[in-house]
Design a protein around this ligand. Structure first.
Ligand code: NPG
Length: 379
């Protein structure tokens, strides 16, 4: 390999493309904040140095999980972020992250652009993204996140199916009225499975007794029960529960992660690159938690294979000791945008791609079929 490839180096951004895509989900996904029938997302393609890099912006069409939407992310990318990199010499991913950090907020928009640069720089170095990030695993254990179902019977049926497929842990969504009795029903049917519950901020501190009633079911964790940017009340709640709390929505940066751990707001952290502004910040949170012996796992946002490949690479870092919300392509979509798609291995893992960059080929014809809006930017 030519030396320059091994060393990596600056690249000049020749062109950037943005696409809004709409991918029909195999089945609707319902959480305490709403129901999605199709996944809308933005794909970012950056062309530099004769290479292309791909990133996915995980904002949804509607707000709910966060204030970001496809529309706000598109605006932020085309107005601020893309002009700041276009035609410029970019020496490393850190530079892209610093440009993003000048914006306050909008982490999903920033993360999508940064991801394309991670893909580019890893390709330039001739390395799989996982190794470029410092990953150590060649396969990662995965779980499945099941949306709210009409009733317990349907939910138990879904759980049975996913266990048969080989998923290693089951996450169910809860909200007031669909919690203690529902978890009890799951435990009666599946006394031993690794099980966790995600509330997506559906509760308040006044529900502490109800949440404490979940202690008897041996859940791995309860995820984000309280307000989406709260740390303080989660600390009060954690003090009253035996079950570990895991924070998702509330952790926007490594500073939040440190504050949450110091305050005792949680004992586990869900890391999503899109929520924290990119893979670089995601790795900083991983590093902090790993040094303190705090388990982390990689969250999911119903990504296409493009975003999933970046998440899988992240989850190969040593501190990702718990199965993530990283299921196989066919759990979400009839047809993924990448080749090969992610397939669940018999041991309940996904294989970490070994080719350069994301290590998966983007199928342009399929991308074109699901694209509803496109814009190209040149210097
Ligand atoms: O497997 O990608 C997946 C879905 C995991 O439950 C999941 N994601 O609250 O974390 C969440 C939820 C989500 C999905 C949030 C889409 C926002 C958008």
């Amino acid at each position: 390999m030519p030396e320059i490839l091994l060393e990596g180096g600056s690249m000049i951004v020749e062109r950037v493309e943005l696409r809004v895509i709409q991918m029909p989900l195999k089945e609707p996904f319902e959480t305490s904040f709403g129901r999605e029938h199709q996944r809308e997302a933005i794909l970012v393609t950056v062309y530099a140095d004769g290479l292309e890099g791909w990133g996915e912006v995980v904002a949804s069409r509607d707000f709910g999980y966060s204030y970001e939407t496809t529309e706000t992310a598109w605006y932020v990318l085309r107005t601020f972020l893309i002009p700041a990199v276009l035609g410029r010499e970019i020496p490393d991913v850190e530079t892209v992250a610093r440009i993003g950090e000048r914006l306050r907020g909008h982490p999903m928009a920033r993360a999508g652009l940064e991801a394309a640069f991670w893909d580019l720089f890893a390709r330039q170095a001739g390395m799989p993204l996982a190794r470029y990030l410092g990953g150590v695993r060649d396969r990662i254990p995965v779980g499945v996140s099941i949306g709210l179902q009409p009733g317990d019977a349907e939910l138990l049926e879904k759980i049975r199916g996913y266990l048969e497929e080989g998923y290693r842990r089951i996450k169910v969504k809860i909200k007031p009225g669909r919690d203690v009795e529902m978890i009890a029903a799951i435990r009666r049917a599946f006394p031993e499975i690794p099980l966790m519950a995600d509330a997506n901020s559906a509760y308040t501190l006044e529900d502490a007794d109800r949440l404490a009633a979940l202690d008897e079911f041996g859940l791995m964790m309860i995820e984000q029960p309280l307000h989406w940017d709260d740390l303080y009340e989660h600390a009060l709640l954690q003090a009253r529960l035996r079950t570990p709390l895991c924070l998702d929505e509330s952790i926007h940066s490594v500073r939040h992660a440190r504050a949450a751990l110091e305050l005792g707001s949680c004992r586990i952290i869900n890391i999503k690159p899109g929520r924290v502004g990119g893979l670089l910040e995601a790795r900083r949170i991983h590093d902090l938690c790993h040094a303190r012996g705090v388990p982390v796992w990689c969250g999911g946002m119903l990504e296409t294979g493009i975003g999933r490949a970046a998440n899988v690479a992240l989850a190969s870092l040593p501190g990702f000791t718990l199965p993530g919300d990283l299921s196989a392509s066919d759990r979400y979509y009839h047809e993924d945008l990448i080749d090969p798609p992610f397939v669940l291995q018999p041991d309940g893992t996904l294989a970490v791609p070994t080719g350069p960059g994301l290590g998966v080929a983007v199928d342009r014809r399929r991308v074109d079929r699901v694209t509803v809006r496109m814009e190209a930017f040149r210097p």
